[in-house]
Design a binder for this molecule. Sequence first.
Ligand code: SF4
Length: 364
Amino acid sequence: MTKTKSQKFPLKKLLIWYGRNKRDLPWRKTRDIYKIWLSEVMLQQTQVITVIPYYHRFIKHFPTIESLASADEQEVLKLWEGLGYYNRCHNLYRSAKLVMKEFYGSIPDQPEKFKKLPGVGPYILAAVMSIGLGLPLAVLDGNVIRVITRYYGMKDDVSKGPTKKKIHEIMTGYIPNDNPGDFNQAMMELGALVCAPKSPSCEHCPINADCAAYRTGQTGEIPYKPSKPKIPVYNVSIAVILDQHRFLIQKRPSKGHLAGMWEFPGGKIKNGESPGQAVIRECREELNINVKTIKKLKMVSHTYSHFRIKLNVFLCGIKSGEPKSMNQQPIKWITVDQIETYPFPGANHKFFPELKEYLKKHSD
Ligand code: SF4
């Protein structure tokens, strides 16, 4: 039978387990709210193991909110490169500037003010306020949802708003005033380490005695979410336009997908067009030049949150014309060594080894 929130949650057992088993993570060793905020932003959508080196690098370059606010955005993006979901980075950067301008460099400690900063949604608000400042705001993330729905045997669709609200209310009912950050982290840690999506380690779980899903053998069905619709796949051609040892890159607009990053001219292949024809057309439209394809360097597949691309990467040479950006976006000729200077999307990094190899071979 499904239990209700009136059923007492074994808070003490959970906290004892957390005290003994929590991972030794860099952001758990600080009380600096800026560092806690940064870690939570990075941890949204990204696994702990991936975040750790990014966190260290970022803190090394920007140890304070002041240093972040006064940095060049390209430098900040470069440090985020590969972590994905770049809006998180843009929002944190914008927030840092606002904190300096409107709060004299002091991160607001009132939830009402903090939540007005760019990118501060309910999760970041609750995580930063509870872990950094000890305010009893309950977090809700995938780990928490899994633990609560399994523990209470809730079979509601967890992709729906009312279900999330119900789970959040349960969490809010339990969050203690004393060390609320530990409670939030304990729930998330239990979800990450024990109550895993597939094959949870129920025998080692500190709250298994009263867990509905465990007792009824339903951990495979709970949490319930309908299968996701398939994401679209786009076929794209791009040109690495060569001029001896240099090649041409262009900057993406400052708003939207992959804002402010650098990439290569190109675009979607139209119906009836071959990948090679598409890259020639795109270069004419974007740069007002005629190119010839020298060789297809690689085919790359890359998945973003809402779509996937198949990238046909061509090495090209200019047949006629002088490259001129037709969409007002900056363009630059760079050498292979300068790849490290500019932030590029992850899909581009998948063919950089072949590009470097080609340029090395043809440098003499
Ligand atoms: S007993 Fe199993 S299903 Fe229940 S909370 Fe623990 S790990 Fe999750």
